[in-house]
Design a protein around this ligand. Structure first.
Ligand SMILES: *[C@@H]1O[C@H](CO)[C@@H](O)[C@H](O)[C@H]1NC(C)=O
Ligand SMILES: *[C@@H]1O[C@H](CO)[C@@H](O)[C@H](O)[C@H]1NC(C)=O
Ligand SMILES: *[C@@H]1O[C@H](CO)[C@@H](O)[C@H](O)[C@H]1NC(C)=O
Ligand SMILES: [Zn+2]
Length: 299
């Protein structure tokens, strides 16, 4: 299958595994696909040239597959914002302090949202590329260690997870989600779809039903920076409460597959659900904005 070949290639090209794991990204995409308006679905299926139900899942990890290529190197810093806060006492995200001069995930969400909508200025292939970045970066901004500077988002901290050695970033990108879902690497799309179906059910009629209404508060397509900062700050708070509850110096060498996992798993689940639900709403706003421009209405 072309897709799994592409995935194997992509993970082989990522020795340090600095990506919010593929399982997380693909699940976020499937959750979003189940909430977007029919018009959004058909519009994006056209733009992304994929008329299957997997049109978002299919491109969710594309940004990770290009970031280590010569062409895509510029986009590496767009996957995170390195909050120079001081967990566990004080977590915070400050755009001036934390976003690099070349950009960060917050400014990238603004840039690629605008580019995806720029029907007058950009070619369809450029807007398709921008949409792929948006789908990916809304996932990244919901992973706590993509909003933290300590040890390069935990990449420099060695820990154990069920007896295996990993760095802390990888544990939050992949290990926790994979254990929660019981995922098998070769069946990542099936596992992601199964998990997304479960999360969408929890949003519609389960444990997230009440709170999910508030997930869209503060979302403003006219101000993507403010919107993305809200998501980044909410996410970064988990760095203090769940990633480094006893401080960064206490975690090195610890086994995280037990009690730590039990507390972290609900956070991962909630963050994936939020990311997917917000992505759907964001894409709906984008497509409505494009339609309004095309028909000459005010945005
Ligand atoms: C659409 O996505 C599916 C699932 O990811 C994939 O198998 C298929 O090849 C894609 N189609 C096109 C035309 O890219
Ligand atoms: C926490 O960080 C913020 C932002 O840097 C700062 O304004 C505040 O004084 C800090 N609070 C504590 C208790 O360190
Ligand atoms: C916006 O996206 C374009 C196209 O990928 C890129 O060249 C540019 O550096 C980006 N600008 C910002 C501020 O992220
Ligand atoms: Zn990423």
């Amino acid at each position: 299958m072309r897709l799994s070949t592409a995935l194997v290639w992509a993970s082989a090209a990522l020795p340090g595994a600095v990506a919010w794991g593929s399982l997380g990204h693909i699940t976020v995409a499937y959750v979003a696909s189940s909430f977007v308006a029919p018009r959004t679905e058909s519009y994006l299926q056209g733009l992304l040239r994929n008329d299957t139900g997997d049109y978002l899942a299919n491109i969710a990890t594309w940004a990770d597959s290009v970031r280590y290529t010569k062409w895509g190197r510029f986009s590496g810093i767009f996957h995170f914002i390195d909050a120079k806060d001081s967990p566990p006492a004080n977590c915070s995200v400050d755009l001036e302090r934390d976003c690099k001069a070349g950009g960060c995930v917050v400014t990238a969400i603004q840039n690629y949202t605008r580019r995806a909508m720029d029907t007058a200025g950009l070619a369809d292939w450029e807007r398709a590329q921008a949409a792929k970045f948006v789908v990916h970066f809304l996932g990244d901004i919901h992973q706590p260690l993509h909003t933290e500077d300590v040890a390069r988002g935990g990449n420099g901290i060695h820990v154990l997870f069920d007896g295996r050695e990993w760095n802390l970033h990888h544990v939050w990108d992949s290990s926790i989600a994979e254990k929660l879902v019981g995922s098998r690497r070769r069946r990542i799309y099936e596992d992601a779809l199964r998990w997304a179906t479960e999360l969408a059910g929890q949003i519609r009629a389960g444990k997230y039903r009440a709170e999910s209404k508030a997930w869209l508060e503060g979302m403003d397509l006219e101000d993507p920076i403010a919107s993305a900062l809200l998501w980044a700050r909410e996410c970064n708070a988990y760095v203090c409460s769940h990633v480094f509850p006893e401080g960064p110096s206490q975690i090195a060498g610890q086994e995280l597959g037990g009690d730590y996992y039990e507390k972290a798993a609900p956070v991962i689940e909630l963050q994936v659900a939020r990311a997917g639900f917000r992505l759907a709403a964001w894409l709906d706003l984008m497509v409505a904005g494009i339609d309004a421009t095309e028909t000459g209405d005010e945005l």
